[in-house]
Design a protein around this ligand. Structure first.
Ligand code: NAD
Length: 490
């Protein structure tokens, strides 16, 4: 198959097999599945389709490598991660081309994702030598207490398609820094970037004489044939999942039998609050960022625009003008600012929720249509007069649609913001610092962006409350997910 959107220099270096114990190989079944470019619908590569036998082989490799990796000096683990960071950064253009080819996002966004993903690897290279324990005299005075930190063990890392380098970097970097070995199950729709990055890590391990079973990768078209046998195997000690709340909840249930350590980065339904004292120009700039990154397909995408009635028309009109300037097209084409959705079903779903909103009385300010071109595109859309009980508000749209709902008071805004089972992130535009502090106390989310459309940072704890998840990625907290405490009474 000829990969049309990929420079041949990149295409020649994309592993399409399964990585187990330092070697890329075909699936035990011999099966493959096809990865396509959502901007053209054309096929890119056939990739090995791992099944349960491969999954168990990968876990065997990870558990065999774990004791040596856990005992490896933190400085050595740190230097390995630093070298991986340097290589990824040096190959930004190639990796960005791959991210765009399999995921569709515009090249500028793909480059930003590479930098953002690499930043987690750098951060955990720095943290690998800094995790701390405790030593103290017991309050009774009769003995001393030591608390040591120890790697949890082999970890299964399952990632979604929307950030094929960043999502895996946020897991693999703290896992390796802590001393865990890993089995990675990338998303079926975008396994190529993960394979490319895993090969960089494999090569660094091999060059340094470190155990190659530390990283194993299982692309698969049947996720359950991977998670099923691994979650019931007592050798697996940790699951870190990013994806939908529905799948996360099923995996939590499946993890109960072995009482597995789990972290869950799940769905969002972010409110974007614009108060009467907001800088409207800044709010519009932030709204475009928070809504349109990856064509609206991010867990932190602003899903509901809650705007004070007194500034609603000014904000909505300016947002409509800003959306009108966006350029929809193939992510590799010059000047494009909005790429395709990931697959046909995603476009169908967006069309459905928009049609339902319009039937329910919403007004289309711009968009609400599919452009006439190949690929899974949908035009940037602004809706106002939207009733808050419609699915475009109550569910994660995962597309380039901005529905505007008005409110009359701060209390009403907070009640609307909290009227969802999700709690990943909220955005608020206001000049009132007192209000900012009240919102930080009252809006039920794990993160709050204040006068900013972007919150995520490798050095800060990313994660949600309520149905948006358990645990944090990034910052000092991210490595805790891969460490146990061992209390020693002396
Ligand atoms: P998804 O839940 O469908 O899939 C995520 C991963 O789980 C994929 O690798 C998939 O193959 C795998 N999977 C699916 N069913 C499985 C099963 N039964 N057992 C084991 N693995 C299974 O999600 P998606 O469509 O890839 O991603 C979009 C979702 O991810 C959105 O809800 C988005 O909000 C969420 N997300 C959350 C974050 C976060 O940090 N909170 C980040 C990115 C995406």
């Amino acid at each position: 198959m000829t990969p049309p959107a990929l420079p041949p220099t990149v295409a020649a270096h994309v592993p399409t097999g399964i990585l187990i114990d330092g070697a890329w190989r075909p699936a035990a079944s011999g099966r493959t599945f096809t990865v396509s470019d959502p901007g053209t619908t054309e096929s890119l590569f056939d990739v090995a389709d791992a099944g349960s036998d491969d999954a168990l082989d990968a876990l065997t490799a990870a558990s065999n490598a774990f004791p040596e990796w856990r005992a490896t000096a933190p400085r050595v683990r740190s230097e390995l991660l630093r070298a991986v960071f340097e290589t990824i950064t040096a190959r930004t253009e190639d990796i960005a081309a791959l991210v765009t080819a399999e995921g569709g996002k515009p090249l500028a966004e793909s480059r930003a994702e590479v930098a953002y993903g690499a930043d987690y690897i750098r951060w955990y290279a720095e943290q690998a030598v800094r995790f701390e324990g405790l030593a103290r005299r017991a309050p009774s005075g009769t003995n001393h207490q030591l608390v040591l930190r120890r790697a949890v063990g082999p970890a299964l890392l399952i990632t979604p398609w929307n950030f094929p380098i960043a999502m895996i970097a946020r897991k693999v970097a703290p896992a390796l820094a802590a001393g865990c070995s890993v089995v990675i199950k990338p998303a079926q729709l975008t396994p190529l970037t993960t394979a490319y990055v895993a090969e960089i890590i494999r090569a660094e391990l091999a060059d340094r004489g470190l155990p190659t079973g530390v990283i194993n990768v299982l692309p698969s078209a049947s996720a359950r044939s991977i998670s099923g046998p691994l979650l019931s195997d007592p050798r697996l000690r940790k699951l870190s999942f990013t994806g939908s709340t529905e799948v996360g909840s099923a995996l939590l249930k499946a993890s109960a039998d072995t009482v597995l350590r789990t972290s869950m980065e799940l769905g969002g339904n972010a409110p974007f609050l614009v108060f009467e004292d907001a800088d409207i120009d800044a709010a519009v700039t932030g709204a475009v960022q928070a809504k349109m990154r990856n064509a609206g397909q991010t867990c932190v995408a602003a899903n509901r625009f809650l705007v004070h009635a007194s500034v609603a028309e000014e904000f909505t009109a300016a947002l409509t003008v800003a959306f009108d300037k966006l350029v929809v097209g193939h992510g590799a084409d010059e000047g494009v600012t909005v790429g395709p959705l990931i697959e046909e079903a995603a476009v169908d779903r967006v069309q459905e929720v928009v049609a339902e909103a319009v039937d329910g009385g919403a007004r289309v300010r711009i968009g609400a249509e599919r452009p006439d071109r190949a690929g899974y595109f949908y035009n940037p859309t602004v809706l106002d007069r939207v009733s808050p009980d419609l699915r475009v508000i109550t569910e994660e749209t995962f597309g380039p649609v901005a529905p505007v709902v008005t409110f009359g008071s701060e209390d009403e805004a907070v009640a609307l913001a909290n009227s969802t089972p999700f709690g990943l992130v909220a955005y608020a535009y206001t000049r009132d610092i007192g209000r900012v502090l009240r919102l930080a106390e009252s809006v039920d989310t794990g993160m709050l962006g204040v006068n900013r459309g972007l919150v995520s940072d490798a050095s800060a704890p990313f994660g949600g409350v309520k149905s948006s998840g358990l645990g944090r990625e990034g910052g000092e907290a991210g490595i805790e997910e891969y460490l146990d405490s061992v209390y020693v009474a002396i």
